[in-house]
Design a protein around this ligand. Structure first.
Ligand SMILES: Cc1ncc(COP(=O)(O)O)c(C=O)c1O
Ligand SMILES: [Zn+2]
Length: 424
């Protein structure tokens, strides 16, 4: 590792050398009590993560001083520096007029996972890996494939037979080797054997219970916090809400805000909120202790990217450290929120990325978020990623036979017609 000195446990703080094999089981000491991920340890506290651009790279590598390798070693596609947009109309609807949306759908592979992949693949290449691998056929797989292509590394993406859609198309276009397993449960053992036999650099979890993804990639998510504070001219939001699966992004964002607090750039932490599906973090927060238990699935979520029944200690810790909370979000109203966000703000988000808006609505209704609070919602991926689910309810469009037919049809909807006339 370059600037990194090794790893430390996010729970017991035990330290480990840089040549530790990352086996996806987390800290060896915490394994039996409460499995916990490792994080990168630095020679000095991650250097200039002070919300100021240390190096003017046109990507998140402008914060290279706070990342485990130097800009010169970075595998970059120009990720990060995504827009932070005031979303007043959506905010008014949710009861939080000061709503800001960080649109991660503008990243190179259209999701926030690029922040992870750019650092993970850079470190993989630096450590001499020839092959990177993941057991994700979603945003993480698409992103890893692109960065592997950019780095000239082989990429293996282990999927299950039923996987389809835009993300699989993306993965294949980027030239990754797709390994579809008929039985979903065979994905992790396959990946584990690739790591053992050939030294593949696996970025996704491949052992249960999951502790999170590779610690190098999680460092990349710190830049979300740095960018946010910079874009808010040094201010701190009251709340920062993310869709959460294994909590890599949540943990990284939390670390980023802590860096800024330690350096005195900000005076307090925002409260982080996990929008989740099946409620494992909600239950874990309600209990004492560091174990996140399985919360058996009661329904099939439309927010498939975050559909886990069991999140991680790293997510729980980020919520505790920031006095945050978790909200379990069901399917009801999700497609409507997605439609509303697109139609009133011009932001087309993946269904998983809409769950924070539902969480904000719930917390506002309960009076936990106040109307005067500044709330940041992270749109983690573009709506083009899961068209199958989000357009399933959209009525079909029929072509008109003539110009006259088209006008006649438009005139039928009185309210719409007045709007198109420019009258309403
Ligand atoms: C669109 C989207 N949002 C959020 C997440 C949550 O990721 P994490 O594991 O960092 O909690 C994912 C993960 O797959 C995702 O694809
Ligand atoms: Zn530990």
């Amino acid at each position: 590792m370059a600037k990194a000195t090794g790893y430390s446990c996010i729970r017991c703080e035990a330290t480990f050398p840089p040549d530790l094999i990352i086996d996806s089981r987390g800290c060896p000491h915490c394994r039996t009590d409460a499995p916990a991920n490792l994080k990168i340890a630095y020679r000095q506290a991650a250097a200039s993560a002070d919300g100021q651009a240390a190096q003017p790279a046109p990507s998140l590598w402008r914060y290279a001083d706070a990342l485990p390798c130097a800009t010169g070693d970075a595998v970059s596609l120009g990720e990060g520096l995504t827009p932070l947009l005031a979303a007043e109309t959506m905010g008014a609807f949710l009861g939080v007029p000061q709503l800001l949306i960080k649109d991660e759908g503008t990243n190179p592979t259209w999701s926030h996972k690029d922040r992870f992949s750019t650092v993970a693949v850079s470190m993989a290449r630096l450590q001499g890996a020839r092959v990177v691998a993941t057991a994700s056929s979603g945003n993480a797989g698409a992103s890893l494939s692109a960065y592997a292509a950019r780095a000239g590394l082989q990429c293996v993406v282990v999927t299950f037979a039923a996987t389809a859609g835009p993300m699989l198309a993306q993965i294949r276009k980027y030239g990754a080797t797709v390994v579809p397993m008929a039985d979903k449960s065979h994905r992790w053992p396959f990946l584990a054997s690739g790591v053992e036999r050939f030294g593949w650099f696996a970025t996704s979890p491949f052992h249960a219970p999951v502790v999170g993804s590779h610690p190098a990639g999680i460092e990349g998510y710190k830049t979300l916090a740095y960018e946010l504070v910079e874009q808010m001219h040094g201010a701190v939001p009251d709340w920062c809400v993310l869709p959460v699966c294994y909590g890599d992004a949540l943990a990284g964002v939390c670390e980023g805000f802590k860096d800024l607090l330690n350096r005195g750039t900000i005076g307090r932490l925002p409260r982080l909120v996990a929008a989740e599906v099946h409620g494992s973090l909600t239950h874990a927060l309600a209990r004492q202790g560091d174990v996140v238990d399985d919360a058996p699935a009661a329904f099939d979520s439309l927010a498939i990217s975050i559909g886990t029944t069991r999140s991680t200690f790293q997510a729980l810790k980020a919520l505790r450290d920031t006095a945050g909370t978790a909200v379990a979000v069901g399917n009801a109203g999700l497609v409507e929120l997605q439609q509303r966000l697109a139609a009133c703000e011009g932001i087309f988000a993946e269904l998983a990325s809409v769950t924070p808006l539902a969480a904000i609505q719930t917390l506002r209704r309960k009076g936990i978020i106040a109307a005067s609070d500044r709330v940041v919602s992270i749109v983690t991926a573009s709506g083009l990623k899961d068209l199958d689910r989000s357009t399933a309810f959209q009525p079909g469009l029929q072509a008109f036979q003539s110009v006259g037919d088209a006008w006649e049809h438009l005139r039928k909807d009185g309210q719409k017609w007045r709007a198109l006339e420019g009258a309403a």
